[in-house]
Design a protein around this ligand. Structure first.
Ligand code: HCI
Length: 394
């Protein structure tokens, strides 16, 4: 049977990780996969997570299954973090998922179950996994203009023009904050215009929020998501805890299905639990437990927020340093957008030839579309990257 299988297309980000590992050069710089690294190049376990782990080790008495939706306390805590008080709790159906990817996958499956003909409108570009999961599920992905190659900001007029083609029942996938892969984001006024358009078209918004706290702060980063959830009749939200709690390998995420009509909550909750059952029965518990412990304990929560804020500010200062270094070397404001972008990534707008030259000649690894992980830099390597970009013709 196995001979019938075709070689699946590889994930470009994960492929790059492999190439980086195999590179023997000592001075190599990894700006690839979206994992936070501190100035020493280490992805630390956050203090509050470590403390929660110690606490839980003492308190845990069983490894018996949780519920299909995971522990309701995790849903409650995460709904609070993402939505604040934007929507009444009884309007939200939610299940724990294996990471944000799990939530995205379940959301798409829910869409296909409810409306088999629905198309999903995605920003051009979007996170490659969005596209590959949609393709795998046989759901049509329709790109809308998003990244303006000349300004490296959002082509908002183009985006709105393309979203005019959205049909009733279609899904519009939006990044809640910290757009991956570009780092270019809508402002709140623009988001509100998109909301109006989606409501007028009868489209279902789906928000992927994987970097809350990495842009302008925990609450500011959630503003657009809260605005969507409180204004639209129905909303899907895939939230990840991988980055803001630094628990990547624990696979911790939450899928929310929100309706303004609370009588729909029961059927939505039932279907989300059904999807968990079909795919893996019970979602992983360990990461979700740690998140719940941190969010529900004042001291741990305050410490987590303060460490997350340090992470955010570190990335912001690297952005500013890189933008000013590029300005100094190119004697232009061409790269000023790096300081305007938010989150872990920036798409630099470099050609594939330049990206290739940076890898071959300088041992600098970025994704082929010139996406860099800002956290892969530190004060010492920012000038190295800037010089290499200019030398490579950027
Ligand atoms: C990213 O780098 O975009 C996020 C991390 C990631 C990459 C590829 C697959 C899963 C997660």
């Amino acid at each position: 049977m196995f001979e019938q299988l075709k070689e699946p297309s590889a994930d470009k980000i994960l492929m790059l990780m492999q190439l980086y590992r195999e590179d023997p050069r000592e001075q190599k710089i990894d700006l690839g996969v979206g994992v936070y690294k501190n100035p020493e190049g280490v992805t630390p376990i956050m203090r509050a997570i470590k403390a929660a782990e110690q606490k839980w080790w003492g308190e845990e008495t069983t490894k018996a299954y949780t519920g299909l939706a995971g522990d309701p306390a995790f849903s409650d805590a995460m709904i609070g973090l993402v939505l604040g008080d934007a929507v009444p709790r009884e309007n939200v159906a939610a299940v724990a998922t294996p990471g944000g990817t799990g939530a995205v996958r379940q959301a798409f499956e829910l869409v296909r179950m409810a409306t088999p003909k629905a198309r999903v409108h995605v920003s051009n570009p979007t996170w490659p996994n969005h596209l590959s999961i949609l393709k795998h599920l046989g759901i049509e992905a329709v790109p809308y203009r998003y990244f303006d190659e000349t300004t490296c900001g959002v082509d908002f007029a183009g985006m709105m023009e393309d979203l005019e083609k959205v049909e009733e029942g279609d899904v519009v996938l939006l990044h809640g904050c910290c757009h991956n892969p570009t780092g270019a984001n809508l402002n709140l006024t623009e988001f509100k215009a998109v909301i109006e358009l989606m409501i007028a078209k009868g489209a279902l918004p789906m928000i992927d929020i994987a970097y809350q706290g990495f842009g302008d702060g925990l609450d500011v980063d959630a503003l657009a998501t809260r605005e969507v959830a409180s204004a639209c009749p129905e909303t899907l939200i895939a939230a990840s805890c991988s980055k803001n709690f630094g628990i990547y390998r624990e696979r911790t995420g939450l899928l929310m299905a929100i309706s303004q009509d609370s009588s729909k909550q029961k059927v939505a909750q039932g279907n989300l639990a059904y999807l968990n059952r079909q795919n893996y029965s019970f979602p992983p518990d360990h990461g979700a437990r740690l998140v719940t412990l941190v969010l529900n304990d004042d001291k741990l929560r305050a410490d987590w927020q303060s460490e997350l804020e340090d992470v955010r500010l570190n990335m912001l200062s690297l952005r500013e340093q890189l933008a000013s270094e590029m300005q100094r070397l190119t004697k232009s404001d061409r790269y000023g957008f790096i300081a305007q972008h938010r989150g872990m990534f920036s798409r630099l707008g470099l050609s594939t030839e330049i990206v290739e030259a940076l890898r071959k000649d300088h041992g600098i690894y970025m994704v082929g579309d010139s996406r860099i992980n800002i956290a892969g830099l530190n004060k010492e390597t920012v000038p190295v990257l800037a010089k290499a970009i200019v030398e490579a013709g950027g």
